[in-house]
Design a protein around this ligand. Structure first.
Ligand code: PHE
Length: 453
């Protein structure tokens, strides 16, 4: 038996879990998904989902992990999950690879942008030129793949270091730094001439733009951003000692993640309107808007590269948590050496990222339902695998082991009894049902066949 690591303190756990949650999902994805879904309406639905389904599923994962001190597969087996429930854990491992396949690509872009912004290459307020540079870069067959490879290598390196050295240490200082810089950028964006229209767009719902597609995008985004539905939080919870108050930790993680996502919206969308760009422009939004902000801001030459460094680190702590799910399984269940399995998983992740990156350039013609490889992977993970995983985790906790999990929810703080009852109602009924309804009505290949549509 190899000794399992443990977080050195509750603070360490919260920082590491927040490090997993806060990443490209908040800063790259949230603003452009909100922009494409009409802004304010999306924001409200997102917040409602996070506070209900998001929080309840996060707590479900946290108590499974903490009470069993195992990786997702082992945890569910130990809780008498029989033959079928451990599939949640195996599905999580597959989902980790699906997400990694494009996560490292976008994270590679942030690495490249550190150097591009430091060299002054992006120092222009000409949005056409910035857009051209971005598209030119991501569609290159070689350069982005190399950056993705470098990023994957960094991720492998941190995961090999193990729980407290690798994961915890990297999150502690850098997360607060990122937070500070995002605050500065929010202020800059809001004080640009013409920013008001973007603020209104983001904060005032236009219900005519809201459909079931908006709701499923918000649901998927909530799962992606909170790292839910694939066992990441089970895995991180398993390194938490049994006497910590999980509810408070869970609440802090959800709040921090949501705060950063909303702030990223405030940082990007007002600037988008101030520059006359299209909020629905898609994945390039952050990478095109921010260089423009830096180019005309005092100290932009300094803040630009610093921002991309911090974003790359935020992405790193998230990628590490994806890879850790795979590693924890091989180490706990199959007795592999941490180093061996992490390197192998890294190689697989790197190979999978190649088609993702090429699908934005030389392979852009190879599509399925009009989507390239990267988009398909993102759709599969965000809109299908994570919500379905979250639904399964909820049902498992709510119906198979409710008694044990309720006890664990309250352990360390007996005053939580009533909250535990509300939580149980959510994991039993509200969350699974809501996820099911949203999936049915929001998936483009199911919705048209429903009798009421
Ligand atoms: N939550 C991470 C982000 O927002 C991505 C992630 C998803 C990490 C699922 C782990 C599991 O960037």
């Amino acid at each position: 038996m190899q000794a399992r690591g443990n977080w050195s303190s509750k603070f360490g756990f919260v920082m590491a879990a927040a490090g997993s949650a806060i990443g490209l999902g908040n800063i790259w994805k949230f603003p452009y998904v909100a922009g494409a879904n009409g802004g304010g309406g999306f924001l409200l639905i997102y917040l409602a989902i996070v506070a209900t389904i998001g929080f309840s599923v996060l707590m479900a994962e946290l108590v499974i992990g903490r009470s069993t001190q195992r990786n997702p597969v082992g945890a569910i087996k130990r809780l008498q999950g029989g033959k079928w429930w451990p599939l949640i854990g195996y599905a999580g491992i597959i989902t980790a690879f699906v997400i990694l396949s494009y996560y490292v690509v976008v994270a590679g872009w942030t690495l490249a942008y550190i150097f591009k912004s430091a060299s002054g290459l992006l120092a222009t307020t000409d949005d056409k030129a910035l857009g051209g540079m971005f598209t030119g870069f991501i569609s290159d067959p070689v350069e982005p793949v190399l950056w993705a490879g470098a990023f994957t290598a960094l991720t492998v390196f941190v995961v090999i270091g193990g729980v407290n050295q690798g994961l915890e240490r990297s999150s502690r200082i850098l997360m607060p730094a990122l937070f500070g810089l995002v605050v500065i950028l929010c202020i800059r964006s809001l004080t640009l001439p013409g920013a008001g229209a973007g603020w209104d767009f983001f904060t005032t719902p236009d219900w005519s733009k809201v459909t079931f597609q908006t709701v499923i995008d918000a649901l998927g985004q909530a799962f992606f951003s909170l790292s839910l539905g694939m066992g990441t939080i089970i895995t991180y919870g398993s390194y938490l000692s049994r006497d910590t108050d999980v509810v408070e930790s869970g609440f802090t993680v959800v709040s921090l993640d949501t705060l950063i996502a909303v702030m990223a919206g405030v940082m990007i969308l007002p600037a988008v309107f101030a520059f006359g760009l299209d909020p629905a422009a898609g994945p390039g939004l952050t990478f095109i808007t921010l260089p423009h902000v830096f180019a005309q801001m005092t100290g932009g030459v300094f803040f630009g590269p610093l921002f991309f460094v911090l974003l790359a680190i935020a992405a790193l702590t998230s990628a590490v948590s994806l890879l850790e799910v795979v590693t924890a399984y091989f180490v706990d269940e199959l007795g592999w050496k941490r180093k061996t399995c992490t390197i192998w998983a890294g190689v697989v992740a790197f190979l999978l990222c190649i088609p993702s990156s090429l699908s934005l350039g030389v392979w852009s013609d190879a599509t399925l339902f009009g989507k390239g490889f990267l988009d398909i992977m993102d759709f599969l993970a965000t809109n299908l695998m994570l919500p379905i995983g979250g639904m399964a985790i909820s049902l498992f906790v709510g119906w198979v082991v409710p008694k044990e999990m309720m006890d664990d929810f309250c352990s360390g703080n007996p005053k939580l009894g009533n909250l535990a009852k509300v939580w149980l109602f959510f994991v039993r009924i509200v969350s699974p049902l809501a996820i099911f309804v949203v999936l049915l009505n929001g998936l483009p290949f199911v919705a048209p066949y429903l009798p009421w549509n």
